[in-house]
Design a protein around this ligand. Sequence first.
Ligand SMILES: Nc1nc2c(ncn2[C@@H]2O[C@H](COP(=O)(O)OP(=O)(O)OP(=O)(O)O)[C@@H](O)[C@H]2O)c(=O)[nH]1
Ligand SMILES: [Mg+2]
Length: 388
Amino acid sequence: MITLALAGKPNCGKSTFFKAATLADVEIANYPFTTIDANHGVAYVRVPCPCGSLHLKCNNCKDGSRFIGVGLVDVAGLVPDAHKGKGLGNQFLDHLRSADAIIQIVDASGSTDAEGNPVDTGSHDPMEDVRFLKYEMAMWVAGIIEKHLPRLIRSSQGKETALIDHLAEALAGLSISAEDIRSALDSTNVDLFKADTDAICKLSDALIEVNKPMVTVANKSDMATDEQLQKLPAEMIRATAAGELALRNAVSAGIIRYLPGDSDFNEDSEACLTPQQQRGLSMIRSVMKRFNGTGIQQSINQAVFSLLDLIVVYPVEDETHFSDGKGRILPDAYLMKKGSNPRDLAYQVHTEIGKGFLYAVDARTKMRVKDTLELKNGDIIRIVSTAK
Ligand SMILES: Nc1nc2c(ncn2[C@@H]2O[C@H](COP(=O)(O)OP(=O)(O)OP(=O)(O)O)[C@@H](O)[C@H]2O)c(=O)[nH]1
Ligand SMILES: [Mg+2]
């Protein structure tokens, strides 16, 4: 499963985001290092379900929206100089290893300092936090390279290919490949055999850029003034994790109807809201009007579809009814790398189905397709395989 990691300084709202997205019961508090051990859960991307345009009724979507699971990890807060052991040190970085992409959470209201201590709203510049996360991650990679490089240079006997391969082995835990290293060396013009600390940092920076793509979320935007928000880059997603969490709780309590990612919600006409609940909901509504929603679903979708460039493909067994063998319509949805073909899909469904792959049929056109065909987002594909 694709995994996204929430990263940022302490007290910026990572666990609130995590709880809102996964509904897992995790601790949230207004002081630094509330989270020590990482929380793991499942969040969802939201896409329009194809059943609507096919005039079918499937049981796997909500009001025409399909929610597809992705792993989400909420890690301990990171402070400047974490790579030297400050705060909780490097342990949070270890949790970022397995992440395919990072959702960086920033306190847009400027009400917490670099170490997550509460300060007067607006007294801390959120852009400082954006810079230091990337720096800490690069320094972490640089530390690993510096530790191994002298030994690897000795064992490579002057051969660059061997050195790159050995370095890739040392960085395999971070899923950095020899290919990644080669392209980072090209873009930075670093000579690995002569690399000093500065060159290693430059290289690490380039490796992080490719290997850990990041979407940045301006959380606590509900507390930020328009003036504060105007200073932040437009591509930063304006968000309120606390708002999203309140909405999810209100849905669970049967008070409102709302799907994650909606720009508004409806109060249940039967529900008797207390004046306090009414006030709370109307505050959230006005924040959602400002940002066209709470920004939480948008952050997850952006990480999966823009950063990781994934598409959604629906495998079926019966192309006439768009169903599996038991008549369930559009039973599964798979997130796949752009450029995948029907054979890749067969392997993703099951290794045995992949091994026994015979051919594929586009369920919309009922035509057989080449096994090298590049799948498109929203494709519905029947795989024919010798395996059952
Ligand atoms: N106003 C506002 N407060 C928020 C928002 N998100 C989180 N908070 C508050 O910020 C504080 C910190 O939230 P957490 O989710 O515990 O932050 P964290 O980043 O997980 O903190 P650590 O685990 O210490 O690293 C809590 O008091 C939350 O209620 C938001 O969108 N708006
Ligand atoms: Mg936390």
